[in-house]
Design a protein around this ligand. Structure first.
Ligand code: ZN
Length: 619
């Protein structure tokens, strides 16, 4: 019998409440300490899930009330009892994100971090969930999708009943999806996989199954074992009109996507949205090795009640962000042209933020909790993304290893060693552990590399490495505010001649300023985030008008601006600055020698004959 059992029911779908009874077989004889996590692993923000708990009370097995003292926002102490202790409570569940819980007549979803109190002293003992069928008001025949192992009396892969976890960490690492969902099953690396889809959508199921089979198999093939480190994997996918997100777990992932992200029936070439969705699936799947099993020492064990600081998120999110699309490329589901376009966009994104010169990648990781996860109008000036820059450093690392070991070693060798040393043993990765493994596996001295690009804020040096792989990194200025780079400028369309130094959105009232670049033209004119520009040179301010000035003006030209800060009108004079060459795109280097071409082929594969690529190279 499990030490802790949670009886959970989708109790009141219309009020969005789960009901929970937590039964503790042998509570602490001195009084039982209880907690609800304040964050969920994989999403580094204190979220205070306990704010959704209502009606918490304690009683004995005989139904006598037990005193319960509240000790903080997410901790309680129940008085000593002889025999079992029961905690009854409800949890409000109305969040479509992958991080908490959701319940209505259509579907239910929960993470254990939202529903399951942590029983102090019993975290390492077996925990059980008994999931009760929902009330009759729900729509359709509800089933249960989770990878939490079912108890021996629960043999239906999709049924309600009892589920068993070996400890609290495992309990909260298997999300549950409830509802009349659709299942697309496939086998990859001799292991059962399925996509579980909730929502309203159209879908080419065969295509999705075939594409994910290849991507999952490619990830398994990175590691020495023929099978993945789980018996069954689920992609729990909530399909909505407009949404995007994913959270990794040890043998499943919770995904949120837009219905246009799915492969539509009759689709021949993958759409950009579907390529992104495959990248998201690839990303979360790879996490089941890299961050769920290979994980920072700072996460072993997890401290669920406060921030768990580590400088290593660049490795866990950056390497994963590099290998997600790279794996989709390797399986042939995106072309080399599209892959290089994606890289160009990431380089552009990092290059456009002055924060890259202020915050190191290691600091970005450490400060994720109060900076990356709490972004504001100044973030692009103050921080750098450990996803985007982390992916670029992983790319540079992969290319450096390939180049300086004559192709003997690449990032996959690093991953295998991390897996064997940390993933298989359960030992946490020390703060400089990834750097040490890279050096050992390659035999290279990369201290300078890590000092500059990981611990320092040096500009990433792409040109020389790309050249050694037969690629050219090209820079240009923007064509409009929506231009995110990755491609040559569109033929016949001009580029900005001048820089405004702020981003804006067009509203009926005028141009609302979103971010102001440090040391940009807007900042020097005294414009601030939140200002609303109502006129430019005496004319109503529109996005089209401002873009016209940036396309045609010489730098140093002045614009007279009327702008509201709150309700106060200001007249400002803005001197434009020369357009920045901060928009990157990659092309094949026609002048590359045979060695560089061979390296490129070993890295990107042989399919480099895209029409889009030669178009890019010519422009
Ligand atoms: Zn991730």
């Amino acid at each position: 019998m499990a030490a802790v059992t949670y009886h959970i029911q989708a109790f009141d779908p219309d009020a969005h409440y789960f009901s929970v009874c937590c039964r503790i077989t042998a509570p602490d004889p001195d009084g039982q300490q209880l907690y609800l996590p304040d964050w969920i692993p994989g999403s580094y923000l204190i979220r205070d899930f306990s704010r959704h708990i209502v009606d918490l009370r304690a009683e004995t097995a005989a139904g006598d009330a037990v005193a319960l003292e509240k000790q903080g926002k997410s901790s309680w102490r129940a008085a000593a009892v002889s025999g079992e202790l029961l905690l009854h409570y409800r949890v409000y569940a109305w969040d479509t994100s992958v991080r908490t819980a959701y319940l209505d007549r259509q579907r239910g979803f929960f993470n254990g971090t939202s529903l399951c109190l942590r029983v102090a002293g019993q975290e390492s003992s077996p925990h059980e969930i008994e999931l009760l069928p929902p009330p009759s008001t729900v729509n359709g025949e509800w089933r249960v999708a989770t990878t939490m192992p079912r108890s021996s009396d629960n043999n239906d892969d999709w049924g309600f009943g009892r589920f068993v976890a070996q400890d609290y960490d495992e309990l909260v690492d298997h999300p549950f999806e409830l509802g009349a969902f659709e299942v697309v099953e496939f086998t990859a690396a001799s292991t059962a996989h399925a996509v579980v889809l909730s929502g309203v959508y159209e879908l080419d199921k065969a295509r999705l199954a075939a594409d994910l089979t290849a991507i999952c198999a490619a990830h398994v093939a990175r590691f020495p074992e023929p099978k993945p480190p789980f018996n069954r994997y689920l992609f729990l996918t909530n399909v909505v009109g407009d949404g995007y997100g994913g959270l990794e777990h040890r043998s499943s992932t919770a995904l949120l996507c837009s219905r246009s992200d799915l492969p539509q029936p009759g689709m021949r070439e993958p759409s950009a949205a579907y390529r992104n969705f495959l990248g998201l699936c690839s990303h979360e799947y790879f996490h089941s090795w890299h961050v769920k099993r290979i994980k920072p020492a700072a996460f072993t064990p997890f401290n669920y009640q406060q921030e768990a600081y580590t400088t290593l998120l660049w490795a866990f999110e950056g390497i994963t962000s590099y290998l997600d699309d790279y794996t989709v490329l390797q399986t042939g589901h995106i072309s080399v042209a599209h892959y290089l376009e994606q890289l160009g966009k990431t380089i552009t994104r990092v290059q456009r933020g002055a924060g890259r010169l202020v915050q190191s990648l290691a600091d970005s990781s450490f400060d994720a909790w109060h900076k990356f996860y709490k972004q504001d109008e100044n973030s692009s000036n103050a921080i750098v993304s450990y996803y985007a820059k982390g992916a670029l450093v992983a790319l540079l690392l992969d290319l450096s290893l390939r180049l300086h070991t004559d192709g003997r070693c690449n990032l996959d060798h690093v991953m295998c060693e991390l897996w064997q040393r940390y993933g298989q043993t359960g030992v946490g990765v020390p703060e400089r552990g990834v750097e040490a493994v890279v050096a050992e596996v390659s035999g290279l001295d990369l201290d300078d590399f890590f000092q500059r690009y990981l611990h320092g804020t040096d500009e990433l040096a792409f040109a020389e490495l790309f050249s050694a792989f037969g690629l050219k990194l090209n820079w240009r200025s923007r064509q409009n505010q929506e231009d995110v780079g990755g491609t040559a400028s569109q033929p016949g369309k001009p580029q900005w001649q001048a820089e405004f130094g702020a981003s804006w959105s067009e509203t009926p009232a005028g141009l609302q300023i979103k971010n102001v670049q440090v040391d940009g033209a807007a900042k020097m004119a005294g414009i601030a985030a939140g200002d609303c520009i109502v006129a430019i040179n005496g004319l109503r301010a529109t996005a089209t008008l401002l873009n016209q000035y940036l396309l045609s003006s010489t730098a140093e030209q002045r614009l007279q601006l009327h702008a509201f800060r709150r309700d106060e009108l200001q007249l400002l004079s803005l001197q434009l600055l020369p357009a920045e060459q901060n928009t990157a795109w990659l092309s094949l280097d026609d002048a590359a020698d045979a060695a560089a071409q061979a390296r490129r082929e070993a890295w990107l594969g042989s399919d480099q004959s895209d029409p889009a690529l030669s178009w890019g190279a010519k422009n």
